[in-house]
Design a protein around this ligand. Sequence first.
Ligand code: SAM
Length: 305
Amino acid sequence: MAYLGNPQGTIAVLQKYQFRFQKKFGQNFLIDPHVLDKIIKYAQIGKEDCVIEIGPGIGTMTQYLCESAKEVVAVEIDRNLIPILKDTLSEYDNVTVINEDILKVDINRIVQEKNDGRPVKVVANLPYYITTPIIMGLFESGVPLDSVTIMVQKEVADRMQTGPGSKDYGALSLAVQYYAKPEIVANVPPNCFMPRPNVGSAVIRLIRYDKPPVEVRDERFLFALIRASFNQRRKTLVNGLGNAGILLPGTERTVLSKDMVLQGLQEMELCESIRGEALTLEQFASLSNLLLEKNGEHPDNSEKR
Ligand code: SAM
């Protein structure tokens, strides 16, 4: 079997199949065995684990995963890679390759079929052009997840891990930290990939919480607030949220107003000119709960209850 985790192995396979990289699919294949070893180590894959790999490429990391896990499901969008994967993974009987777009595939169904609905581990060297939708899709679709260990652009890894006061802090930081504990476990330079990306990369591990670290009355409302706050990053929360047209849950037509936001901030003893980038996850959760409570007390809505 071809060993792929170094430049020679990868080049041999690419030449054999006259493979052409497709930029639109974010194809940067890993060619460094140390990095591959690290990813497997930090993902803590054991013989009882079912792993979902997003974008196996020519199967480099997939081979490592097949060696360590009980079962591997690899979802690859590029159909030109399917015959290559058939060849490079021919020795393994614990792998299924699915030729699909990860954003369209029903991962819940895969987990049900392959792991009886028990939590899976996701491991991937992600295509960078769709990192955020992939991560948010995994968490928001309620896929039973144990952990997610992924290679992403260094700047995106920083964004996931950071808190208020940093320029990297934003909706992605808050969403990730609501669902999981993030930890950057390795920085990876461009020369570990073929072709080399223009940016530095990092491996980040997200360990899913059993229960989110904050209590919220309505998750969708919380995320609507968070998104609106960072859509207009330079605006104060009062102006940003008050102009965003956010509908209050449980009502058909009540839109969050500047006054409501102002009252919420006053009750939390926060300055009325504060911006979203200064609020912690706990504060966003409190504000969202408070606004919903107030909404329940609102005369327009009480009769509907
Ligand atoms: N895992 C391989 C490695 O580490 O060498 C390849 C990683 S490469 C950064 C990203 C892979 O994701 C490519 O194989 C690409 O074709 C695939 N990909 C891109 N968009 C995808 C999508 N929407 N769904 C599934 N796979 C996708």
